[in-house]
Design a protein around this ligand. Structure first.
Ligand SMILES: *Cc1c(COP(=O)(O)O)cnc(C)c1O
Length: 461
């Protein structure tokens, strides 16, 4: 271990808070394939999506031309509560690894919701308020998104109904308590409050619930309630647009430090934090100004990019949502009960999928849960911050890159996204500490069962 004195390690500028979101689609040579209406199989229009989502968010979803979208002032006001988020040089981890690499992380876990999801939640709540809506609905599995939406809705005085997957509702009661404290109504899904929920309960179909069912319930209520719309915390283009604040701040801070990342690493569930972190660096790469490498890290238990198909699939298990062309394990893929809560989605952002397909995202890497927790342990013991399990996938890859740099003697600059803190996931840490954590990697047969649920659409690639 070197004896270097550790300089002040957190870079927190006042003036990095961006004035505009960045929309990478405006710079992509090849846009992602259009989102298709599930009934007509035609590209969705504003009119198709308006009954479900706020109008402004629908426009963002379909926006391929505006690179920059002004951040509304009320949203910037809210951001000032917790942004700019810190960009931290991982001096202690570098020292522990004895690596010549310089490691930076953008820490999004410092707000009460515990993750980056608040960045999009507050924007979505603002556009709903501006449209004169009074109510929003959503689903939550792991709880971070529901918590973020609860904070956002109470700020703009909107009612919020959160359909929470029943097994999480029962096993993770404190998350429910946080949401209720912020004023949200939390309903265990499947529930008696919707047709689909009543059907699932009556027919005893998956009584523990699933994200797919919770989405179907939340959409049903939004569409059937006056002044109400549905919100989603990942995967969608609009969410990537909002999350660009992560990357824009990181780029501004790094520029002041005279640094530029050689490699940008993010964990990938639905793709929103990675899409946001890499946004300005991808802009540089697409314009040919710089050539940073991008690595998406996913759990080996839910390997949509590394082992999935690039195909049109439904975004939900109930097959009621539009179809997106994306890397997918099939809408019927059931990931093992694994604690990488926020990374268990069957699909992937269509934008990230297209960038990966076209080689602009260099690598997708699948990592096993026990090695992820080993990285989390090493990280928190060195850096002090207890990371979320999802974020720890990115830590695993960052440590591996830093160790490779040590081998080759390269002075590489690594930037990764630390998307959340680990206080919501102490059960997983307990299992890791007690040695009862398991790694489950789906077999090819498991994957085939999921692929069988990808719809075949004659004439559509
Ligand atoms: C939801 C979540 C993720 C994964 O979602 P993305 O849309 O892929 O960013 C990652 N980390 C944390 C802490 C989360 O809550």
């Amino acid at each position: 271990m070197s004896t270097m004195e550790i300089p002040y390690k957190t870079y927190l500028g006042e003036d990095e808070l961006p004035t505009h979101f960045y929309n990478v689609r405006a710079d992509m040579q090849t846009d992602h394939a259009p989102i298709l209406h599930p009934g007509t199989l035609q590209p969705v229009t504003v009119a198709d999506l308006e009954p479900v989502f706020c109008t402004e968010l629908v426009k963002q979803e379909l926006n391929t031309t505006d690179r920059l979208i002004p951040i509304p002032e009320p949203v910037r006001d809210f951001y000032r509560m917790y942004r700019p988020s810190p960009l931290i040089r991982a001096y202690y981890l570098e020292r522990a690894l004895d690596t010549p690499a310089r490691i930076y992380y953008k820490y999004e876990g410092g707000n009460t919701s515990g993750s980056h999801k608040l960045n999009s939640a507050i924007a979505q709540a603002h556009y709903a308020k501006e449209q004169g809506l009074t109510c929003l609905t959503t689903e939550t599995g792991a709880g971070q998104w529901g918590t973020a939406m609860s904070m956002a809705c109470v700020y703009f005085d909107l009612d919020l109904k959160v359909y929470m997957v029943k097994v999480s509702y029962e096993q993770k009661p404190y998350r429910k308590t946080v949401m209720q404290t912020y004023g949200a109504q939390v309903i265990a899904s499947p529930s008696e409050t919707t047709q689909i929920g009543r059907k699932m309960l009556a027919e005893h179909i998956n009584p523990n619930g699933s994200l797919g069912t919770a989405i179907s319930e939340a959409v049903e209520v939004a569409v059937g309630t006056e002044g109400c719309r549905y919100v989603l915390g990942s995967v969608l283009n609009q969410v990537l647009i909002h999350q660009s604040v992560i990357g824009l701040e990181a780029a501004a801070a790094m520029e002041k430090l005279g640094e530029y990342p050689d490699v940008v690493i993010g964990c990938a569930g639905g793709g929103s934090n990675l899409g946001g972190l890499m946004a300005p660096f991808m802009a540089d790469r697409l314009a040919g100004r710089r050539a940073p490498r991008f690595i998406a890290v996913e759990p080996a238990s839910c390997p949509s990019m590394t082992r999935g198909r690039f195909a049109y699939d439904f975004c939900d298990t109930g097959q009621v949502t539009p179809l997106a062309k994306m890397y997918t394990l099939g809408n019927g893929f059931i990931p093992s009960a694994n604690h990488a809560g926020g990374l268990r989605y069957h699909g992937m952002s269509p934008i990230l999928s297209q960038l990966y397909h076209d080689g602009h995202i260099d690598e997708a890497r699948a990592v096993e849960q026990s090695s992820v927790f080993a990285a989390a342990e090493q990280f928190c013991r060195a850096e002090g911050t207890l990371p979320a399990p999802e974020s720890s996938h990115a830590i695993r890859a960052a440590i591996d890159e830093a160790l490779a740099a040590k081998e080759s003697g390269e002075e590489k600059v690594i930037l990764f996204g630390l998307t959340g803190n680990g206080y919501y996931d102490l059960l997983a840490y307990q299992q890791y500490n007690e040695g009862t954590m398991t790694d489950y990697i789906p077999t090819d047969e498991d994957l085939e069962r999921g692929f069988a649920t990808i719809p075949s659409l004659p004439g559509i690639q």
